[in-house]
Design a protein around this ligand. Structure first.
Ligand code: F6P
Length: 343
């Protein structure tokens, strides 16, 4: 019998997480469940921090970015006695089930905890949009809006100064955000991690545009993209987080030096960074988060655990976490090819 559900948000934040928390609470109350908000992702279950959320806790948060619960990149499996502490706190807080909102790392911990008897449902959230089986993850659409808006703004200054502008977009191994933002913003070259790039091709595009009388160009590059000859991605720091990720950043400057050298044109770099994760969610994200949040509680009600709610062709489905986590979401190469039509 379910009486109380825990909810936590882990990994990199994004707009619309709050919309999901609100949906979870409202749906849970309709079943007569209590919702226990855990602070700062899995860290809150290791350290035992959280509280019961009342209806007022989610009033007015639908349109607010960030997460009222706080987040962290904590992996209990990498902390001494981390798993035991999580189990103790699940017991202490009397959690009958847990809903985790995050990417593969956060939901991956939930899946591993299943073998220790934790009943849970995952909700896909990341601006990277790289979660298998979900056409969209919470936060992606809002981040696309931000990237598009920034590229729109870069157009006016690029054309005034006749410059090449490089805009560096988040996305470690997935180019979704760069591809969508790049197409929507009309970038002249789009570079994604899935396709190693060639400087000659970029220079050709720039020169072709000059011949057409276009004396500026915009290059959208994902932080994880790299030229074919480079073995590794460009990193901002070699420090590794508890899920084994290094902090990427700097590929824009790397490319800028080479492009400027090859073309002789003045080149500038804008790293969008965490601006992409901030601010208000789009209407699409609010609706997606609301649907996924409600569906997650419905799964708890139905007793279906160790799975994730996903949006597939505008329908909300559930996929076993085992399956979702074992696959990489493949890039839409048709869309990538389409983007090249406009180079
Ligand atoms: O996982 C989402 C993401 O936004 C990546 O695109 C990016 O590399 C990373 O988070 C940056 O994370 P942090 O918050 O640790 O700087």
């Amino acid at each position: 019998m379910i009486k109380r559900i825990g909810v936590l948000t882990g990994g990199g934040d994004s707009p619309a997480i709050n919309a999901a928390i609100r949906a979870i609470l409202v749906r849970a109350l309709s079943y007569g469940y209590e919702v226990f908000g855990i602070k700062n992702g899995w860290l809150g279950l290791v350290e035992g921090e959280g509280e019961v959320l009342k209806r007022e806790a989610v009033s007015g948060i639908l349109s607010e970015g960030g997460t009222i619960l706080g987040t962290s990149r904590t992996n209990p499996f990498k902390i001494e006695n981390g798993v035991e502490k999580v189990r103790e706190n699940v017991k202490k807080f009397a959690l009958d089930a847990l809903i985790t909102i995050g990417g593969d790392d956060t939901n991956g911990v939930l899946h591993r905890m299943h073998q220790y008897g934790l009943k849970g449902v995952g909700v896909p959230q990341t601006i990277d949009n790289d979660i298998a089986y979900s056409d969209y993850s919470i936060g992606f659409d809002s981040a696309v809006e931000i990237v598009t808006d920034c590229i729109d703004k870069l157009h006016t200054t690029a054309s005034s100064h006749h410059r090449i502008m490089i805009v560096e977009v988040m996305g470690r191994d997935a180019g979704w955000l760069t591809l969508y933002g790049g197409i929507a913003g009309g970038a002249d070259v789009i570079l994604i991690p899935e396709v190693p790039f060639d400087y000659d091709e970029i220079v050709n595009v720039i020169e072709k545009r000059r011949e057409m009388g276009k004396d500026f160009s915009i290059i959208a590059v994902a932080e994880g993209a790299k030229p074919a000859e480079l073995e590794k991605q460009v990193v901002a720091s070699t420090k590794v987080d508890s899920f084994g990720h290094v902090q990427l950043g700097g590929v824009g400057n790397f490319i800028a030096r080479e492009i400027e050298k090859r073309t002789g044109y003045e080149t500038r770099v804008t790293i969008l960074g965490h601006l992409q994760r901030g601010g208000k969610p789009t209407a699409f994200d609010r609706i997606l988060a609301t649907r996924l949040g409600v569906a997650a509680v419905d799964l708890v009600y139905e007793g279906k655990f160790d799975c994730m709610v996903c949006m597939n062709k505008n329908t909300i489905i559930s996929v076993p976490l085992e399956k979702a986590l074992s696959e990489q979401k493949s890039m839409d190469m048709e869309l990538y090819k389409l983007s090249k039509l406009f180079y």
